[in-house]
Design a protein around this ligand. Structure first.
Ligand code: AMP
Ligand code: TRP
Length: 330
C-alpha cells in the first residue's frame, strides 16, 4: 500500500465574471494538483450571498462557475466537485466555530475591511463579517492538509488554523490544521488599468480584468489598453508595477520564465509585447471557451457531476461534524 495522498480543498465564489486572476491564482493550481492529491473543490454559493445576488440570475451564475471549473480541465472522475449549499454541514459547523471565534479576530480581516468599503459598521451584513468562519468550516470539515489559493486568502487560512488549534485545545483533537498553498508567481494578479489594485470580479471598470469568457476581440482591446510604466523597457521590477504584472500573466500562462521573456522583448516596443501577450491569453482561453459551450449544451451531464460530488462530500463532512458536536457535548 502506498502512502495516503494528501487532501487538498479549495473553493471559488459563485459570483460570475471569473477572470484570469482566478485562473492564475487558483484554477491553474487546481488542475496541476488533481493527479497527485485527493482533491475537493467546490463552488462557494453560500459565501457569494454575503453580497446581494439577484435570485433570478443566481442559479445560472452558480452553474456557470461549476462549468468553468470543468472547462478549465478539472476531471470529475479524479476529484470531488460540488456545490457548497448541497452539503448542509458547512453552515452547521460554521455555527459551532462561531462560538469560539472572536469579534476582534474577524475585525482584523482585510477582505472584510475592503468589502465594507468604508460604509458605516451598523449597516454591514453579519454574513459578510462572518464570511471567514464559514470558510474555516469549509476547510476543516474535510480534514484538508493543503488549501491552494491566491495571496488574498492567506489571512483567512491563518484564521482557520487558529480556530482549528483553539477547538482542538478546548475540546480535544478533532480537526487537522491546514496549510495554505500559494503559487510563487501569479498569487496576486493586478488590474490591467491599475496595477496597485488586485484584479477582481467587482471592480467597476471592466478594463481592469480579463474574464475567462471574454471573446478574442475584447481580450485584444483590453490588453492593448492596459496601462504601462514610465520608460520603454519590458522588464520586471518594483519600479515597474504595470509591466511586471503583464510579464507575470504572460509567464504563468505560457510557461516561459520572466527572464526569458525579458530577453525576448529586449529592445522591442510595448505594442509588440502586448500583441504577444494577447496571443498567449487568447490561446489559453480558446479551449476553455470551447468546452464551456459544450457543457452549456449538456446540463444533464453537469447535474450528474454535481450529484455525484455532493454524494461523496456529504458523508465525509457529516463525519467531521458529528465528531465536533460530540466533542462539544452536543
Ligand atoms: P474569489 O473569486 O474571491 O472566490 O477567488 C477565488 C480564488 O481566486 C481564490 O483562491 C483567490 O485567492 C483567487 N484570486 C482572486 N483574485 C485573484 C487575483 N487577482 N490574483 C490571484 N488570485 C486571485
Ligand atoms: N473565500 C474564498 C475567496 O473569496 C473562497 C472560499 C470559500 C474558499 N471557502 C473556501 C477558498 C475554502 C478556499 C477554501 O476566494
Amino acid at each position: 500500500m502506498g502512502k495516503e495522498r494528501k487532501r487538498v480543498l479549495s473553493g471559488i465564489q459563485a459570483t460570475g465574471n471569473l477572470h484570469i486572476g482566478n485562473y492564475i491564482g487558483a484554477l491553474r493550481q487546481f488542475i496541476g494538483l488533481q493527479d497527485g492529491y485527493d482533491c475537493h473543490f467546490f463552488v462557494a454559493d453560500l459565501h457569494a450571498i454575503t453580497v446581494p445576488q439577484d435570485p433570478k440570475e443566481y442559479a445560472s451564475r452558480i452553474r456557470n462557475a461549476v462549468n468553468i471549473h470543468l472547462a478549465c480541465g478539472l476531471d470529475p472522475d479524479k476529484i470531488t466537485l460540488f456545490r457548497q449549499s448541497d452539503v448542509p454541514a458547512h453552515a452547521e459547523l460554521a455555527w459551532l466555530l462561531n462560538t469560539i471565534a472572536t469579534m476582534g479576530e474577524l475585525k482584523r480581516m482585510t477582505q472584510f475591511k475592503d468589502k465594507a468599503g468604508g460604509k458605516a459598521e451598523a449597516s454591514l451584513g453579519v454574513g459578510l463579517f462572518d464570511y471567514p468562519v464559514l470558510m474555516a468550516a469549509d476547510i476543516l470539515l474535510y480534514q484538508a492538509d493543503l488549501v491552494p489559493v491566491g495571496e488574498d486568502q492567506k489571512q483567512h487560512i491563518e484564521l482557520t488554523r487558529d480556530l482549528a488549534e483553539r477547538f482542538n485545545r478546548r475540546f480535544g483533537k478533532t480537526f487537522r490544521v491546514p496549510k495554505p498553498m500559494i503559487p510563487k508567481l501569479g498569487a496576486r494578479v493586478m488590474g490591467l488599468d491599475d496595477p496597485s489594485a488586485k484584479m477582481s470580479k467587482s471592480a467597476e471598470t471592466e478594463g481592469s480584468r480579463i474574464e475567462l469568457t471574454d471573446p478574442e476581440d475584447v481580450v485584444r482591446r483590453k490588453v492593448s489598453r492596459a496601462v504601462t510604466d514610465s520608460g520603454s523597457d519590458i522588464t520586471s521590477g518594483k519600479d515597474k508595477p504595470a509591466v511586471s504584472n503583464l510579464l507575470t500573466i504572460m509567464s504563468t500562462l505560457s510557461g516561459d520564465g520572466v527572464p526569458t521573456l525579458e530577453k525576448r522583448f529586449s529592445g522591442k516596443g510595448y505594442k509588440e509585447f502586448k500583441e504577444a501577450l494577447a496571443d498567449v491569453i487568447v490561446t489559453t482561453l480558446r479551449p476553455i471557451q470551447r468546452t464551456l459551450e459544450e457543457l452549456e449544451g449538456n446540463p444533464s451531464y453537469v447535474d450528474e457531476v454535481l450529484e455525484k460530488g455532493a454524494a461523496k462530500a456529504r458523508p465525509e463532512a457529516e463525519k467531521t461534524l458529528a465528531a465536533a458536536k460530540s466533542a462539544m457535548g452536543l
